[in-house]
Write a protein that binds this ligand. Structure first.
Ligand code: ADP
Ligand code: MG
Length: 364
């Protein structure tokens, strides 16, 4: 019988207060060994606090941190299997790439020949073996980032903590480095926990994503599920470009709920959620799932709304058509640019419609 390995990280009822500030409440989370895990959420939500608590830079106010099944509350950062990659490039400017990467081993008192071998292996791993003699100022931002990663690999820690590692890079380099991080993690196979407020970055690198806001873990799941099937309205508002609609339940029959949205009855699959007649709910539907049609006087079918056309925003690859519902709510229909020749006049009545399974119901 094979024993399932303990998760790389397990958080149980974790809370962290700074004096009166409640930075984290009641976080339960399990991260498997070898996962690329992203903590995603708005600024001030508690992501850095969570990462630093895993790394041992903060003591939890309540709850437990287990790393590979061991409770580590009493261990300082350097006694944990974690290592932190810092946001600012904390490289020694007067040292070569090799010296920067080998520094940790030198401090740990490792035999010189052995340290040199490990350092060379780490540099090869991140593709910097031909840059070994350069100083940090002779490297691009992306290369400096890789030196940081090599520094972590050389220490044999198998849980890498990255706090907004790409925040200082410009947009193009950020995209390139995202993919590079993802490929490196696949190659090395250790656990990456990556904090970001950028949902595109999160989608690019993550196996799984946890949404963190107001000190709480809102929702977590596979990156694709978080995008395609958000459970919580907050997730829908933060990931992807979702239209959010406020409505009230008027009827439930089987899995179908009827929701009144500004006087129009919409049909929504409950997907197992319990709702009561009269309950206020939120609906979400991604902008790319909403089709725009100039013929508003088709019959009501429960999967469309009528509004007045506002304007088009051309975004290169896609065009967003903005439509106002009678109550002022703005909805967006996003289409591949130049594949539609539709350009209604401002104020023209239009119908927005979608496939029945494209709309989601959120009870909170
Ligand atoms: P994020 O990384 O998601 O932006 P943080 O973990 O940095 O969020 O912060 C969470 C909350 O805790 C915020 O309200 C922040 O102001 C507060 N906070 C963070 N660090 C400290 C600190 N050292 N002392 C007091 N409050 C803090
Ligand atoms: Mg932060």
């Amino acid at each position: 019988m094979t024993k399932t390995p303990a998760p790389a990280v397990e958080l149980r009822g974790l809370a962290k207060h700074y004096g009166d500030v409640v930075a984290l409440t009641d976080v339960d989370l399990s991260i498997a060994a070898g996962e690329y895990f992203v903590l995603l959420g708005p600024s001030g939500g508690g992501k850095t606090t969570l990462l630093r608590t895993i790394g041992g830079f903060h003591r939890p106010t309540k709850g437990e941190v287990l790393l590979h099944g061991q409770e580590v509350g009493h261990l300082p950062p350097d006694k944990r299997p974690t290592t932190m990659v810092f946001q600012a490039y904390a490289l020694f400017p007067h040292m070569s790439v090799t010296q920067n990467v080998g520094y940790g081993l030198k401090v740990a008192g490792m035999d010189k020949a052995q340290a040199a071998e490990k350092t060379a292996a780490a540099l090869e791993m991140v593709g910097l073996d031909t840059f070994a003699d350069r100083r940090p100022h002779e490297l691009s931002g992306g290369q400096q980032q890789r030196v940081q990663l090599a520094r972590a690999f050389v220490l044999d820690r198998d849980i890498l903590l990255l706090d907004e590692p790409l925040a200082a890079l410009d947009a193009q380099l950020r995209k390139d480095m995202c993919l590079e991080l993802k490929h490196l993690q696949e190659k090395v196979g250790i656990t990456f926990i990556h904090v970001t407020h950028n949902q595109e970055e999160a989608m690019t690198v993550a196996d799984r994503i946890a949404l963190i806001a107001n000190g709480r873990l809102v929702e977590h799941g596979a990156a694709r599920d978080i995008y395609r099937a958000p459970q919580k309205a907050f997730t829908a508002s933060f990931v992807g470009e979702n239209n959010l609609l406020s409505g009230r339940v008027t009827e439930t029959a089987g899995q179908t709920a009827r929701i009144d949205v500004g006087g129009t009855a919409l049909r929504v699959d409950r997907r197992g959620q319990q709702v009561q007649t009269g309950q206020d709910v939120t609906l979400s539907i991604r902008s790319e799932s909403v089709a725009l049609d100039t013929a508003p006087d088709t019959e009501e079918d429960g999967t469309s709304l009528v509004g007045s056309y506002n304007e088009a925003v051309y975004l290169g690859l896609t065009t967003s058509h903005l439509v106002h519902l009678p109550d002022g709510t703005e909805m967006v229909s996003r289409v591949i640019a130049d594949q539609d020749d539709m350009m209604p006049a401002a104020g023209a009545p239009v119908r927005l419609s979608w496939q029945p399974d494209a709309i989601r119901l959120h009870v909170e």
